[in-house]
Design a protein around this ligand. Structure first.
Ligand SMILES: *[C@@H]1O[C@H](CO)[C@@H](O)[C@H](O)[C@H]1NC(C)=O
Ligand SMILES: *[C@@H]1O[C@H](CO)[C@@H](O)[C@H](O)[C@H]1NC(C)=O
Ligand SMILES: CC(=O)N[C@H]1CO[C@H](CO)[C@@H](O)[C@@H]1O
Length: 744
């Protein structure tokens, strides 16, 4: 036995500078105590104006304090992981377990087939024994266009995979690789010269392959544009015949096609090396059955893959998240295969990272702080939540198995598939596992598989796995494992958060609440940590109150904060200043810019006042039985001019949406109150009225300042993406109405 055989496969480090954070928390805590002391000792007497507004603020501040406490719990002890892949391959290279990779897509228009197959190609090309990899695409759009793209991908993989291995290509999404490596070089050389110039900076293989890729892309895009499969193409594969029976995407039989069968000795690339298995699945859809969106698709994949390959590890990625690191599988295995701690690992979550962020991150989609602070904090408190993509699961955790102390994984137990069965038979016998009525009277979606009870099935499933005794691991490598596309318009971003906040609150308000489900099963600090996401929806009310009430009181002349010469004011100034300074520091520390932080503050406000508010309404309406759950997929493509505005950090409105009406109303309301308040003060300069209202006017002024893009969109911009006139009228009327009611 070599010496390093006893060394662990991964290491865990605590964050540095924790003492600073603890001091900061203590200071905030003391400051908050002073605020409460002030609030309690200065309650306006009965009958005085503003008594209720005052009480309201007091309760809100209690709530903010609780929320701050939760965020502090999350940040208390972040931990960071590091893997040793060389030790893994030294010890286990011959005995690596199989991996089933699930890619989910749901709509050929919103998620273009070319993007989908690039994700598929990037995971097929993992640096891993191909005979142990299987890639499954679940197509909930049930589209033959996607199937056609997959067929093209299966052919292209025969050249792409050996190419990746030969040139150690990174990243292994063809599109991205050609864009960042070959295209810039190609432009520097005249096209004619490629073949003639000897000293071409790129090898001719690369150029040839790039052109092959472009051809394939053209073919797929042509077909997609056409919207149907031409006669000639449909002769290329028997699979196309399945679509003869397809009535619509909501009503069709199971379509299961094994495009590459890894057991087949003829399934080899151009160099004769084996290929990963590649499977296309469109599960059965019938209008009378609820299909449970992505959770349902995942469950169908879990069953079908168990029949075809039954690999012990499952990776699932969204179709827009290509692999940016061919070694991610090995990274994940370092956790699962660690001799000492590996057996308790239920899933390994990689962060969600994006490739098309702008420098100042207008819509605050970088998730920088969540990725580098909150998730490591979750990990320190007992394990990250499952976020639905970029996650490696132990298959057993998804079949509802609970962890037990004596459990010891035997990777050899997961035998290879039988070679006798023909591909055809395998397809036929697996199909039934993806049929609509398969789950009837079973525990699927309840105790087994991905859970159906929430609009954010992933968080709920992760929580249930943790409550089953498994540990989860968060791994955030320097070079990101997976890259996706971030929303490029304001509405997309707000709508995404609406669903999250709705689903999160659904979990909190159900029997799956971490305090109930996790009672004595996961640490209290982890239960609390979950609250920072699960309580998004109710925080909308407190935030709305805080941006409306003090401003209206300012307009009416009711003071809600201590006057500026009063020492109590220090408590407020101290807490607000320190709290925001910390947030700015955190943002910059994790690679943001000052402007990015400012944008983040704006989005913080907008999400709370619209997304979370609508999330809460959705929840209430659902409880009252008015609405059915829906699942809005975020667009993964943007028009050229939308992209252009996105890149220039110009806020995209364009459509009329109730969310925009709320934003505009709040912005106008604050502007009216701000100027009304200013007027009053200037009129009463000698009575020193301003002293009483300094904090309120500051708050109101900040709100006006942060809303500048909204005023621009309302009054000063003329382009198509400004706010529509209907929104301007509505919001002006609402804002005036609110001011009038407050005044009289
Ligand atoms: C795609 O369509 C264009 C015109 O619509 C045609 O010129 C081109 O040859 C087509 N490309 C392929 C690869 O079929
Ligand atoms: C993606 O991978 C490339 C190398 O292929 C690397 O240069 C880049 O930094 C990675 N992107 C991220 C966000 O980590
Ligand atoms: C939706 C969207 O705008 N995606 C863009 C992400 O960034 C890449 C390049 O950075 C663009 O090509 C995509 O169009």
């Amino acid at each position: 036995m070599a010496k390093d055989d006893n060394l662990p496969l991964f290491e865990t480090k605590s964050a540095k500078g924790r003492i600073l954070f603890q001091i900061y928390s203590l200071l905030i805590f003391v400051g908050t105590c002073f605020i409460f002391a002030y609030r309690l000792s200065h309650i306006p007497a009965k009958g005085e104006p503003g008594r209720w507004a005052w009480m309201g603020l007091f309760f809100l501040e209690l709530w903010f304090c609780f929320y701050w406490f939760v965020t502090t719990v999350v940040r208390w002890n972040p931990i960071y992981r590091n893997t040793f892949k060389d030790r893994l391959s030294h010890r286990y290279e011959k005995a690596l377990p199989g991996i089933d990779i699930f890619v989910c897509t749901a709509d050929p228009v919103i998620e273009p087939p070319v993007m989908v197959i690039n994700t598929v190609l990037s995971v097929m090309a993992y640096d891993y024994p191909p005979e142990k990899l299987s890639v499954y695409l679940s197509d909930d759009g049930g589209s033959n266009l996607t199937f056609y793209a997959m067929l093209e991908a299966s052919r292209f993989s025969k050249i792409w995979l050996p190419f990746c291995k030969k040139f150690k290509v990174e990243p292994r999404s063809s599109k991205v690789y050609f864009r960042i490596v070959v295209e810039p070089l190609r432009e520097s050389v005249l096209p004619k010269e490629w073949s003639t110039v000897k000293k071409c900076p790129i090898s001719s293989t690369k150029i040839k392959l790039c052109m092959l890729y472009e051809d394939m892309k053209k073919r797929i895009e042509n077909t997609t544009k056409l919207g149907q499969i031409s006669e000639e193409i449909s002769k290329e594969h028997k699979g196309f015949n399945e679509w003869i029976l397809v009535a619509s995407r909501h009503d069709h039989q199971t379509i299961l096609q094994i495009l590459i069968d890894g057991r087949d000795s003829e399934a080899v690339d151009i160099q004769g090396q084996p290929l990963p298995t590649l499977v296309y699945l469109a599960r059965e859809k019938r209008t009378q059955y609820h299909h449970h969106f992505k959770a349902g698709a995942m469950n169908a994949l879990i069953r079908v893959s168990s029949r075809i390959n039954n690999s012990p590890i499952i990776l699932n990625v969204d179709c827009d998240m290509y692999s940016n690191n061919s070694k991610s599988v090995r990274d994940a295995l370092c956790f699962f295969m660690d001799e000492e701690k590996g057996n308790e690992v239920g899933f390994v979550q990689f962060p969600q990272a994006f490739e098309n962020l702008t420098k100042n991150d207008l819509y605050s989609s970088s998730l920088n702080v969540a990725r580098q602070m909150e998730m490591p904090g979750f990990d320190g408190n007992g394990g990250p939540c499952y976020i639905g993509t970029g996650c490696f699961h132990r298959r057993e955790t998804l079949s509802g198995k609970k962890y037990n102390k004596n459990f010891k994984e035997n990777w050899k137990r997961w035998s290879n598939r039988s070679v006798e069965e023909s591909t055809r038979v395998l397809e036929e016998t697996s199909k039934v596992l993806a049929s609509c009525n398969y789950e009837e009277n079973t525990q699927w979606g309840k105790e087994i598989g991905v859970k159906y009870d929430s609009a954010v099935e992933d968080v709920l499933t992760g929580l249930a796995i943790q409550c089953g005794g498994w540990r989860s691991i968060y791994f955030n490598p320097e070079r990101k494992g997976f890259l996706g596309v971030a929303p490029t318009t304001l509405l997309q971003s707000l709508v995404q958060y609406r669903r999250w906040s709705y689903g999160d609150f659904q979990i909190f308000a159900s029997r799956h609440c971490p305090f109930v489900l996790g009672y004595k099963k996961i640490p209290l600090k982890l239960q609390l940590s979950y609250c920072i996401y699960l309580l998004w929806a109710p925080t909308s009310l407190t935030t709305l109150y805080y941006v409306i009430a003090p401003s209206l009181c300012l307009l009416k002349g009711i003071s809600l904060f201590p006057q500026i010469s009063n020492p109590w004011v220090l408590a407020f100034v101290f807490v607000i200043f320190l709290h925001r300074a910390y947030s700015l520091g955190e943002c910059i520390w994790f690679g943001g810019t000052f402007k990015g932080w400012w944008n983040d503050q704006r989005m913080w406000l907008y999400r709370r006042t619209t997304s979370y508010f609508f999330g809460l309404l959705d929840y209430i309406l659902k409880q009252l039985g008015f609405t059915k759950s829906t699942f809005v997929i975020t667009t993964k493509v943007a028009d050229d001019d939308v992209s252009q505005r996105y890149e220039q950090d110009v806020m995209e409105f364009g459509t009329s949406s109730p969310m925009f009406t709320i934003l505009a109303t709040l912005a106008l309301l604050n502007a009216f109150c701000f100027f009304g308040g200013l007027k009053r003060m200037i009129a009463d300069l000698e009575t020193m009225v301003w002293e009483q209202f300094a904090l309120q006017i500051l708050l109101c002024g900040l709100l006006v300042f942060i809303n500048l893009p909204v005023y621009q969109g309302l009054f000063f911009r003329k382009d198509v993406a400004s706010l529509p006139t209907s929104v301007s009228y509505q919001s002006t009327i609402f804002a005036l109405l609110a001011c009038a009611i407050a005044l009289y």
